[in-house]
Design a protein around this ligand. Structure first.
Ligand SMILES: *Cc1c(COP(=O)(O)O)cnc(C)c1O
Length: 468
């Protein structure tokens, strides 16, 4: 692509992006395509001869855009709502242009060192003590896999030479609320499905530390090898918070690795008011949080902090002759996990932290939490609606519960309300199941979400309930 053509299209794309972000509300939140529709509109093979950017962009608008679900829409309240931001998107653009591969220090000195600096800034923002060092991965799933692999290396050294068959059975502990990515890691690491214990929960669906202790001790008695506990701050269903300080005591007393999953709620540690939810996380061996979730950084950007980086090196460092570099005193990012090559993800996070500033980030997080409280207040004031309590962070869980409805009938009603609201195109909400019953989740986390969007959702929910 000649530089002049690149310049022209670059300008056009940036203009297009600015219009898109400003006008994301014009689109229906959920893509209105049937499964297979996008694919049917695309040829089976790449063109033999190169095509013009004009042709490419036309198809982007006519084939790709209709198949896009707009996470940038301020009415996106599903899963955990996210948004990139101007500085994050521009950082991503520069990272793509530099296209460095941060395998070893020499292959990308700036990417290696900026990652360390920016994650230390983030550590301070979060109020984590010195001594935690971080690395950026694609997703929380990968961060957790990396942490549990380090825990396995430390707690099950027998497996290193001869594999899992030669080692005692390792066990990891979570609860029924633990994210599915933990179960996936446990399976991928060779512990088998039975290698993950679901510890009983108490009030607020939080892990019961006494039950955890009993489970571990029973497994020890049975000759198993308890390895790691995963505590969650901000679970996916209800944003519940495990009592991390007490869980940490139980884990430490028995020499287990403690991994804290704060993929969604982690950034809220930067708010003084919410600090109590994070009590004890400084005792963790590893912590994951996703700046691509609630810190306005484009997907993908997940941060894994560990207290002992040597534990990651023990699990992952493997230096073939062709990667020997001679720089012994520096960190090589390839030693931090499974991936050898890695993108320059620190750049976009650096842009976000600097452009917003810590104060600016706190302001947006606080606004989202206030919007969640506003919605909670509306629900509480309305007969026939029920809110899952307590509401934590920026996630509101609710259902229509009119007198005389219960069980499967109530579930059917709520499912239809959900479908109607989502079909309307102005908002998107997702659901969860609690004690076998359906609840509607409203996750607030988009930069552009304002009170009017939350109010419009609440009106749409009420309207749908009337119709149903
Ligand atoms: C979103 C989430 C995950 C998984 O995140 P990915 O980055 O998509 O792998 C894990 N744990 C919790 C608590 C989450 O909210």
């Amino acid at each position: 692509m000649p530089p002049e053509e690149f310049r022209e299209w670059g300008r056009r794309f940036v203009d297009w992006i600015a219009d898109y972000l400003e006008g994301a509300e014009r689109y229906p939140v959920l893509a209105r395509v049937a499964p297979g529709e996008v694919r049917r509109n695309l040829p089976a093979a790449a063109p033999e001869r190169g095509e013009s950017m004009d042709a490419l962009f036309r198809d982007f608008e006519s084939v790709v855009m209709p198949g896009v679900t707009h996470w940038n829409h301020p009415g996106f309240f599903g899963y955990f709502a996210i948004s990139g931001s101007g500085p994050g998107i521009l950082g991503e653009l520069l990272a793509a242009a530099l296209n460095v591969n941060a395998m070893v220090w020499k292959s990308a000195p700036a990417a290696t060192e900026l990652e360390a600096v920016v994650l230390d800034w983030l550590r301070r923002f979060l109020g984590l003590p010195e001594g935690f060092s971080g690395a950026i991965h694609d997703t929380a799933s990968t961060s957790t896999f990396t942490a549990l692999a380090a825990a396995r290396e430390k707690g099950l050294p027998e497996a290193r030479e001869r594999g899992m068959a030669a080692a005692p059975r390792g066990v990891v502990y979570g609860t029924a609320e633990t994210h599915s990515s933990i179960a996936k890691s446990v399976r991928a690491l060779g512990f088998g499905r039975r290698g993950l214990r679901s510890v009983e929960t108490g009030a607020g669906r939080a892990m019961d530390p006494a039950a955890l202790a009993r489970r571990i001790d029973a497994d020890l008695d049975a000759g198993l090898r308890p390895l790691a506990v995963v505590a969650t701050i901000g679970t996916t269903s209800t944003a519940a918070v495990d009592p991390v300080a007490r869980v940490a005591e139980v884990a430490a007393a028995r020499g287990l690795w403690l991994h804290v999953d704060a993929a969604y709620a982690g950034p809220a540690a930067g708010l003084g008011l919410l600090r109590p939810h994070f009590e004890g996380w400084e005792c963790a061996d590893s912590i994951v949080l996703n700046p691509h979730k609630w810190l306005f950084t484009p997907v993908d950007c997940s941060v894994l902090y560990v207290r002992d980086p040597a534990s990651l090196r023990a699990a992952f460092s493997l230096v073939p002759a062709y990667l020997e570099t001679g720089e012994r005193e520096v960190e090589h990012l390839m030693d931090q996990g499974l991936a050898l090559g890695r993108r320059f993800r620190a750049l976009k996070l650096w842009f976000v932290l600097r452009y917003f500033g810590q104060e600016g980030l706190r302001r947006v997080l606080s606004r989202h939490i206030a919007l969640a409280r506003r919605l909670a207040g509306r629900i509480d004031a309305e007969d026939g609606w029920e809110r899952w309590r307590p509401t934590r962070f920026s996630l509101v869980v609710l259902r229509c519960a009119r007198r005389g409805t219960a069980g499967p009938e109530r579930d059917r009603i709520n499912r239809r309300i959900l479908e109607r609201v989502n079909a309307g195109g102005e908002a998107f909400v997702s659901h969860t199941e609690l004690d076998g019953e359906l609840w509607i989740r409203v996750a607030i986390g988009n930069l552009r979400t304002r009170a009017r969007h939350v109010d419009a959702l609440w009106e749409a929910l009420q309207r749908a309930a009337e119709e149903v």
